[in-house]
Design a binder for this molecule. Structure first.
Ligand code: ATP
Length: 261
């Protein structure tokens, strides 16, 4: 038998027994998660479930208390340089150099990634144009003066610039206007069509259903359900599955009576 036919590619992302505690608080509780190569993967869960903490450990931004994270087969914490070469990341609460324009930021980022100057220049111009940041660039607007959605877009541009194999995006659509959201969706679909893998966290179930072929529901630091969208939905809407797993708090009639005056 031909080996090449039987060898499956390494998962885009593989978390094994990943754990993170903050004092007594267990934010991520021995999490196992496998994102197959080429998938568009959605990570959903209630506020405080541990999504950002897990993804931060998965991309080398936060050290795990225990467990292993691999990107495209590379251990993120044992071989961070190689792992980060394969990764494009949009972190939560994006910290960006405030005193640069978007174009300057991309130039700086590209040089930091040791990319050729002309490639950085061409890609930066293209990214600024398709993400509709060109006008701000022409006006010399600094990143510190960007709106929330613009910051998200320039963050995405930095994540895409070096042609990573795996994109990990924390809430990429949050605060992004509908036109820009469509552009972003087209970019991400092209990225997966070309063999790349995308992992997004989101609170918007309809968006996840529309975009993702696989999904994981994270509750209290653990993966409660994972698989193809249809497996996880099991005939229901994703939101219903989500609420069933998370549980819905009851608001009794007498509670918050004062809000009605
Ligand atoms: N630096 C920190 N110090 C202490 N506790 C933290 C820290 N970061 C996260 N936590 C706690 O870990 C838990 C998981 O937080 P995390 O931000 O990963 O959740 P999330 O699923 O991304 O939530 P959201 O959907 O609201 O963004 C929460 O209880 C949070 O309070």
């Amino acid at each position: 038998m031909d080996d090449r036919e039987t060898t499956t590619p390494a998962p885009a992302l593989e978390l094994r027994g990943l754990r993170r505690t903050f004092g007594d608080k267990v934010a991520v509780d021995d999490m196992d998660l496998v994102v197959p190569a080429g998938s568009f993967y959605g990570v959903v869960g209630p506020n405080g479930a541990g999504k950002t903490t897990a993804l931060s450990m998965a991309v080398g931004l936060l050290r795990p208390s225990a467990g292993v994270a691999r990107v495209d087969g590379v251990d993120v914490w044992a071989d961070p340089v190689e792992a980060k070469r394969r990764l494009g990341v949009l972190p939560d609460g994006l910290a960006l150099p405030e005193r640069l324009t978007g174009g300057e930021l991309l130039t700086y980022w590209g040089r930091f990634r040791r990319m050729p100057r002309d490639v950085v220049a061409a890609r930066s111009a293209e990214l600024l144009r398709v993400l509709e940041l060109e006008e701000a660039e022409q006006l010399g607007t600094l990143v510190g003066e960007y709106s929330t959605g613009m910051r998200k877009k320039i963050g995405l541009a930095t994540a895409l610039l070096h042609t990573p194999r795996v994109l990990v995006l924390d809430e990429p659509y949050e605060a992004v206007d509908p036109v820009s959201a469509r552009v972003l969706t087209r970019i991400l679909r092209r990225f997966t069509a070309a063999g790349g893998s995308v992992v997004v966290s989101s609170h918007v179930m309809s968006l996840v259903e529309q975009l993702c072929d696989r999904v994981a529901i994270v509750v209290r630091g653990r993966v409660e359900a994972a698989g193809t969208l249809d497996e996880v939905r099991a005939g229901a809407a994703l939101e219903d599955r989500f609420v069933a797993l998370v549980g819905e708090p009851e608001v009794r009639e007498e509670e918050l009576a004062w809000i009605a005056g």
